[in-house]
Design a protein around this ligand. Structure first.
Ligand SMILES: O=C(CCCC[C@@H]1SC[C@@H]2NC(=O)N[C@@H]21)Nc1ccc([N+](=O)[O-])cc1
Length: 124
């Protein structure tokens, strides 16, 4: 089975785009995340991501990455997922995420984390 290499451009079901730069030999990678959506007031700048993927010999790799959103009230998203070879030979990433937004009081900590799922397909 084909080794899943995350390098390149991906687009998810929300229209967000992710560029993964080179994946190192130890599976670590970095890139940029261009979110199409935000509950913040201002438009979001592309933000850095860092992560790592398993490179076991049988492909179908699991991975995780963290996005730190820049240039406005700070928040962090972590994604975990797995790469699959869709039946049509196209690679797809199925992910779950946690989004932590900064809250101003500890008493609001309970409402600071959202969760969801995203599916990514290769662009182009
Ligand atoms: O909105 C943000 C940062 C952008 C989060 C985008 C999320 S990540 C999981 C999901 N998958 C995507 O492709 N995009 C969404 N931060 C934020 C939001 C609200 C406030 N706030 O103060 O209300 C502060 C920061």
């Amino acid at each position: 089975p084909q080794q899943c290499d995350l390098t390149g451009w991906w687009k998810n079901d929300l229209g967000s785009r992710m560029q993964v730069f080179k994946v190192e030999n130890d599976g670590t990678f970095s890139g940029e995340y261009h979110t199409a959506v935000s509950s913040a007031m201002k438009p979001i700048q592309p933000s850095p991501l860092v992560g790592s993927q398993h490179l076991d010999e049988d492909g179908q790799c699991t991975f995780g990455f963290t996005v730190n959103w820049k240039k406005f009230s700070d928040s962090t998203a972590v994604f975990v997922g797995q790469c699959f070879n869709g039946g049509d030979g196209k690679e797809v990433l199925h992910t779950s995420w946690l989004l932590r937004e900064k809250v101003d009081a500890e008493s609001n900590d309970w409402k600071a984390t959202r969760t969801g799922r995203n599916t990514f397909a290769r662009m182009g």
